[in-house]
Design a protein around this ligand. Structure first.
Ligand code: ADP
Ligand code: MG
Length: 378
């Protein structure tokens, strides 16, 4: 453990960190998080879940109420922001309007007393990195929003910090530009090997860019994992619903058969099988999570241990798959993605059919009743 002198191979460590602004409500609750050197770690969660607060504590603009933060093994609670050597980009991190782009970039270097020729070389390199090599002489007002945000990224990188924090840096850009910038930032990260802690409420942005994602809700990390693992193996109801599309079936656990199977009496009376992931025990309520592409339509005899009646409410042809909205039990918003492969019977709106699943594809999770505003692209 850090904190008692042992060295860890991490860039950032939050150890039992809590934050309250008013001395009563904890907006960050017992945060424990190690961020590896060179990692791109994203804090993803709905508005108000505590992401910015975590970044502000890491940057040194807000004190932690409890706990300790470490940078490269050193406790930093008492280190002022400008001595932490952290680059930062924010959504509204205004550039100095009266300075040229090159002067904006030179500023953090002059503050660090770098000489003129080194400064010029660094500024040039940083501008080339964000493909603005020809724009050094312009004022920020003469650049588009996307170009200004690239200057902000270059300014955060110009003094070659080991750690860069980005808080919704692309929030003000339109969708197309945002997606382009996601790739640019990702490639800059790959080329420089710098550690990035990135904050967003946008799941597709998080999935695109990150090595690992910490999913926040209510001041607590719900799950910390790779993008693939969060989607394939959510272990909390909140995560299953916040990331990707998810079908829910509610019921009560009636039997647990070891680690690989349990039986659930659904609220509409039918008993099905699922993978026990995060359940309290027999007699307790659970939410089954089923991804739309894992549901089998009209399964062959014996193919699926769990089969339910379904009615096709709506078909949307999307080329590679057919998006099918079904009535299943008392849900009429059960979504199934049927791959557009040769040979299956055509689906018809209004028709009755069956759906089924392999037991490992129905994850039995905790009963979560809070509202969830999924982090979708707008
Ligand atoms: P996020 O970035 O995930 O949207 P924040 O960290 O900004 O969340 O906010 C977490 C909670 O802390 C929210 O309830 C917010 O209203 C509150 N909060 C944030 N900043 C302050 C502040 N400076 N003073 C008081 N409360 C704050
Ligand atoms: Mg925020």
């Amino acid at each position: 453990m850090a904190g008692n002198g042992a060295s860890g191979d991490y860039a950032v460590r939050f150890e039992a960190v809590q934050k309250s602004y008013d001395g009563e409500i904890l907006v960050v609750k017992d945060l424990n998080l190690d961020i590896a050197r060179g990692e791109f770690l994203t804090m993803l969660g709905p508005s108000g879940s505590g992401k910015t607060t975590c970044l502000m504590m890491l940057a040194g603009f807000e004190p932690a109420t409890h706990g300790e933060i470490f940078l490269n093994d050193n406790p930093i609670n008492n280190v002022p922001p400008h001595r932490r050597g952290i680059g930062m980009v924010f959504q509204n991190y205004a550039l100095f309007p009266h300075m040229s782009v090159a002067e904006n970039l030179a500023f953090p270097l002059q503050v660090r007393k770098m000489n003129k020729s080194d400064t010029e070389a660094r500024v040039k390199r940083a501008l080339e990195m964000v493909e603005l090599g020809a724009f050094g002489g312009r004022r920020p007002a003469q650049l588009s929003g996307g170009q200004q945000q690239r200057v902000a990224v270059a300014r955060a990188l110009v003094f070659e910090p080991d750690l860069v924090l980005m808080d919704e840096p692309l929030g003000a850009l339109d969708k197309q530009l945002r997606e382009q910038m996601q790739y640019e930032i990702k490639h800059i990260h790959e080329n420089l090997g710098v550690t990035v802690v990135y904050v967003t409420h946008d799941q597709s942005e998080a999935l695109t860019m990150s090595n690992r994602i910490a999913v926040f809700n209510d001041g607590v990390i719900q799950q910390l994992s790779s993008p693939e693992d969060l989607y394939e193996h959510p272990d909390k109801s909140f995560v299953a619903q916040f990331i990707g599309e998810n079908n829910k079936l509610h019921g009560t656990i009636t039997k647990i058969d070891g680690k690989k199977s349990c039986e659930v009496a659904l609220d509409d009376g039918q008993t099905v099988k699922a993978l026990p992931v995060n359940i309290a025990g027999v007699g307790e309520k659970t939410m089954l999570s089923l991804r739309p592409e894992r549901v089998v339509v009209n399964p062959k005899r014996g193919e699926c241990p769990s089969v339910m009646d379904a009615k096709i409410e709506e078909l949307i042809y999307l080329g590679d798959h057919i998006r099918t909205r079904m009535r299943v039990g008392d849900h009429d918003d059960f979504i199934v993605k049927v791959p557009n492969t040769y040979g299956h019977e055509p689906l018809k709106e209004g028709a009755k059919t069956k759906i089924g699943w392999h037991t490992e594809d129905a994850r039995a999770l905790d009963w979560y009743t809070g509202t969830i505003d999924p982090g979708m692209d707008d």
